[in-house]
Design a protein around this ligand. Structure first.
Ligand code: BGC
Length: 249
């Protein structure tokens, strides 16, 4: 496996990049972050990816890139928080062309979950583990005995008559100026609905807001064990690079 691999994580508000040391599961030299261009069309985003790749040169055969989308065989199927013109696009072909390298493309929450299960809060856990990322949307990644079921979209589960992520994401918290008790009450509703449907053993709560887990954890209640993501806002970058490092030919 290559030791020094570039990962790029495209989120609704920022595009983050870093180089993963695959021996230790840590980024070398921290992370670069730039605002996500709006509207987030392929034409606007591809030069941003290329610029980030130039700023963080690496020599691995592949780069890992996440999108906040369902990705099957490298193709984009959904675009909740990026421009709808991504739908139907062959993201692998387009990003490979822009970066001049082979690229592995995967869902952002799946990438974050892969990082946590390999080196973080989910390491060594058996049973059903659900990673939830709270950011612009809510992302989900489901693991059983360490194996990922890709492309779950539980941020779009219906809660109070609308998409759950429109009610309980981290962006909603800031946009509606909710304090932690008000936001945690919404997250509790969401965790309850998820628990009733999936009966997981552990929820890992991620996204940049999980850096503040200690502040809101006492407000959360669930019969399921709750763990803070170890890599918080870096998990997507680490997971993207991990997926690229492990991709076969
Ligand atoms: C998207 C998911 C993504 C999540 C977090 C949702 O709106 O549909 O694919 O994982 O946001 O970015």
């Amino acid at each position: 496996m290559p030791t020094d691999v570039l990962g790029i994580d495209v989120g609704g508000s920022s595009v983050k990049a870093g180089r993963l040391d695959t021996r230790g599961g840590a980024l070398q030299g921290g992370m670069l972050s730039v605002p996500t261009p709006r509207p987030t069309t392929p034409a606007a985003l591809l030069p941003v990816l290329a610029q980030l790749a130039r700023s963080l040169p690496d020599v691995a055969p592949r780069v890992g890139v996440t999108l906040p989308s369902v990705i099957k065989d490298g193709r984009v199927y959904t675009a909740a928080n990026i421009d709808p013109s991504w739908i139907g696009v062959d993201a692998v072909a387009l990003t490979s062309q822009a970066l001049g390298r082979k690229v592995v493309v995967l869902n952002d929450a799946d990438a974050a979950g892969l990082a946590e299960v390999r080196w973080g809060a989910g390491r060594g856990l058996r049973g059903t583990v659900i990673m939830l990322t709270f950011g612009t949307g809510i992302g989900s990644a489901v693991f059983h005995d360490g194996h990922l079921l890709p492309n779950t979209e539980f941020g779009h589960m219906e809660l109070r008559g609308a998409d759950a992520e429109k009610w309980a994401s981290a962006r909603v918290r800031t946009a509606q100026n909710l304090d932690f008790p008000a936001w945690a009450a919404r997250v509790n509703d969401y965790l309850h609905a998820m628990q009733q449907l999936f009966w997981p053993d552990v929820f890992i709560l991620g996204g940049a807001v999980s850096e503040r887990f200690a502040e809101f954890a006492p407000l959360l209640s669930s019969p399921v064990q709750l763990k803070a993501a170890h890599f918080t806002g870096q998990a997507g970058v680490i997971g993207a690079a991990l997926a690229a490092a492990e991709a076969g030919d």
